[in-house]
Design a protein around this ligand. Structure first.
Ligand SMILES: Cc1ncc(COP(=O)(O)O)c(C=O)c1O
Length: 354
């Protein structure tokens, strides 16, 4: 049987997915959809392609409208950004961490990596890491080599890092690996457990490597049924990370958190030089304020994960195998091609791997 791996992402806005979750059922190899609002909009495919097919959570829109004519300082010095920073500092239980809001994940990655590394230093990543395969060479464009290692499930292990260090001994004729890049959840929907992150953190400290966690999908990871990490743990274990809003209910925005004091100096200069210090920073700050009030950030991610789990179970009942064992909102079922042809008439998704 000819099969392909498809990628399904459950959007985190909540409302529509609720009806999809209730009425979604797999019969034989067809996906059947009853009574839901989707039924009445059937000329429009329901998209599982990514987290961007809908705008933002209604509370965010309402908040934006409510304060629209209130005057505020520019460049992130507004009241909402200040409040959002306080809420995040409270959540990570570290009032000393510096926090900056930027517009997207690729931007966060290139700002962080170019701020932390010297020109001749490199970053170690899984070959499937977002910075390696999905950012059009953004990291290379700011002058840094990515040392990639093969990874089956998207995660980096200590042995992988050792492997890179072992072949980078010819100083100064070779780049100097100085940072370890991981993402949680990974590009393949897998997550890091607390003991894994602790080991990575210890190893990085022993080897004078900075540990950077790309958290574009952190909400989904933290709310996974298999997760045992908190934002507090993460802020203790990694030097720098970010919390993704774009993929978790915000219109746009990522919150960069700097835990290591040595990485704080002049961060704003790099933000400004790379065009990331937004004059209307209030738009980002306000969204994070809403996400971290009343735990909306966690509620949205939990909901998306639950809906993904329902779809996973439906596939499993049909004995459909998966590329990875994902407990987040990205799932990778391996489907027969004729099934893909049928399903794609009703739903949008990517064929991830052929
Ligand atoms: C782990 C991870 N990091 C970064 C990004 C990049 O985000 P953006 O597309 O907002 O630049 C993505 C987007 O899919 C991602 O999955």
């Amino acid at each position: 049987m000819v099969t392909n791996i498809v990628k399904i992402i459950i959007v985190n806005m909540g409302v529509k997915m609720m009806s999809l979750g209730i009425f979604f059922s797999l019969k034989s190899i067809n996906i059947l959809c009853f009574f839901s609002e989707l039924y009445y909009n059937f000329n429009m495919k329901y998209s599982f392609k990514n987290d961007y097919s809908e705008g933002c959570h209604p509370n965010i829109l309402k908040a934006l409208e409510k304060v629209n004519f209130d005057q505020q300082e520019g460049y992130g010095d507004d009241e909402y950004s200040k409040k959002a920073k306080e809420l995040i500092q409270k959540e990570i239980k570290n009032e000393k961490s510096d926090i900056y809001f930027v517009s997207g994940g690729t931007q966060a990655n290139l700002i962080i990596i170019s701020s932390v590394l010297r020109p001749y230093e490199s970053v170690i990543s899984a070959d499937s890491g977002h910075i390696n395969i999905h950012e059009a060479g953004a990291i290379e464009a700011v002058g840094h080599k990515i040392n990639t290692v093969k990874s089956k499930n998207g995660k980096l292990r200590i042995d992988d890092i050792k492997q890179v260090l072992d072949v980078h001994t010819e100083a100064p004729h070779i780049v100097k690996p100085k940072m370890v890049y991981i993402s949680n959840s990974t590009e393949l929907g897998t997550i890091y457990k607390k003991d894994e992150l602790e080991k990575l953190s210890r190893f990085c400290k022993e080897n004078k490597l900075f540990l950077f966690m790309d958290g574009a999908r952190l909400g989904s990871a933290l709310c996974s049924s298999k997760n045992d990490l908190t934002l507090h743990n993460i802020s203790k274990l990694v030097d720098i990370f970010y919390i993704g809003g774009t993929k978790n209910g915000a219109l746009l925005g990522e919150a960069i958190v700097i835990n290591n004091d040595n990485l704080k100096e002049d961060f704003t200069y790099n933000l400004k030089q790379k065009g990331a210090l937004m004059s209307k920073g209030r738009v980002l700050g306000l969204q994070f304020m809403v996400l971290f009030q009343d735990k909306l950030f966690y509620k949205l991610a939990t909901h998306a994960n639950k809906m993904a789990e329902k779809i996973t179970l439906s596939f499993k009942k049909q004995n459909i195998p998966f590329l990875t064992n994902s407990f987040t909102n990205q799932i990778f079922p391996i489907l027969p091609n004729d099934m893909i042809k049928k399903i794609e008439k009703l739903y949008g998704f990517y064929v991830w791997q052929k």
